[in-house]
Design a protein around this ligand. Sequence first.
Ligand SMILES: [Zn+2]
Length: 579
Amino acid sequence: MDTFNNDVIVKEIKGRLSIINLIESYTSVKKSGRGFVGLCPFHDDKNPSMHVDEEKGLFHCFSCGAGGDIFGFYMRYNNLSFPEALTELAKKANVEISKSPLKPTKDNSRIGPLYKLNNAALKFYQKTLALKEKGKAAREYLKKRNMPPELIDEFSLGYAPSEWDALAKFLAKNNIPLNLAERVGLIVKRKQGDGYYDRFRDRIMFPIKDLEGKVIGFGGRVIKEDEQPKYMNSPESPVYSKRRSFYGVDKSRDFIRREGRAVLVEGYTDFLALYTSGIKNVVATLGTSLTHDHGVILRRYTENVVVLFDSDESGIKASLRSLDVLLDEGLMPHVAPLPPGEDPDSFIKKHGAEKFSALIESSESWIDFFIDRTLSRYREGSLTMNQLVKEVSELLIKVQNPVERSLNIKKASEKLGIRENEILSYVKHRKGRGQSGSNRTASYSSHEKLLLTVLLKFPELSSVIADKNWPEFIENPEIQSILDEIISGGVHDVSNLLVHFNNRPEQDLISEFLLSSDGITDADTAGNMLESCVRKLTAGKRDARLKALRLEIDQAVKDKDQQAEKKLLKEYSDLRKQK
Ligand SMILES: [Zn+2]
């Protein structure tokens, strides 16, 4: 979503809206020292731990780590994407977005032609499907699969003809650069001789679109059942990443919001089967299991996700990963077991849409389902009481929302017939050992923190470290990516930085560090602090390497490997000299 050049609008909105007023409408804040504090709405806060700095336009919770500017707060609170938050806050601030159109950034202008090209291909496939003779078999296939013309239209389905280079020829005739078509994987270079051939041939084409409805790739399904592979998708490209894409979400997201629930399936066939039978709050992954990126996207629309699975033991196992990802991203998964061997498409064909809706309606919380299933394994004698408590507690640890977690701990203690404290102490113990929480930022050293804090306050000093080999001595990945943005992006305004990292752990770090940068006031001191951080970080890195080398040398001596010993000794003495 950072493909908008929205600097001007963002500045305008920030100038007009006060972060205190905005946050006050969600949680109470009161003056404290130079700033404001309030109860943090992003964790189960008992003592006010959220600090708000009006002047800097930032908030930060010193307990759970949530932080950012008004956009960050609004997105997080309402589960919105950046463009959605921008639109809504623009309204609140009376800033007209349509008068100042969102211009594409440099990045967007590089990938813009790829969308256009995909769109040209979509039109070509649609036209071919409509051709009297060429498209006949494909149209008959779609009819047989119960895909009505309205659906074919709504999802822009098409047909790739049974020829080696029909699309390549069409693109060439229309002066569309073939190397671009190769980049998005629509055509493939011939191994022998010149020219290209079409990747998709004699297939029904399902365009894959992003949230804004732009074509990012294609899925193709054979129409002759004996052809292989049955399904084929566009390869990864600058516009298409399967880890981040859902099929059909541009059409279904409003239904998901309205129903307060999403039904998760795999692939466009299952998606369209549900959608045509009136179950429109559906999303489908494409050739990959659910990823954390998918979880983040889903969370914008709903907390409740129904996962369908084959009800035998292996079907449950196959779904465990998705369920874990959902819990980890703070969503509440529900499960609806299908009869063994069935998928949504075949179930609807066999039993009808009403039965399927009933299945969704009766879906059960994954946590309840898991506890009941584990409890019956205990009753059968295949688990001890200790194992039972352990397995249930391990699942409850993954629940991110503290309110949900304590509710479920209560429920579990009732079902298992043990005291709440027994589960609670297990959960606390495991959490204390560094289990993932909602704040998953990796740890950083105090010098890494200081270095970034100084640079955030004085971005113009980035030249001090730009010519040093900083990725060598900065280890925290979030700090690395923020530094990279400041240095290579030439960032001088921290607001832009926050927008770039919208809704990510980087935002939390930036706001935390900015709010703790009050002691640093003049550029000279800041410059000296930077130099000293770099010295200490490089020295630390060197000492760690020296220590490792000593162990490696000992090992080489033990192994009587003289060649290795000699090489390691040389590295050791060279490194010592740098001290
Ligand atoms: Zn918090």
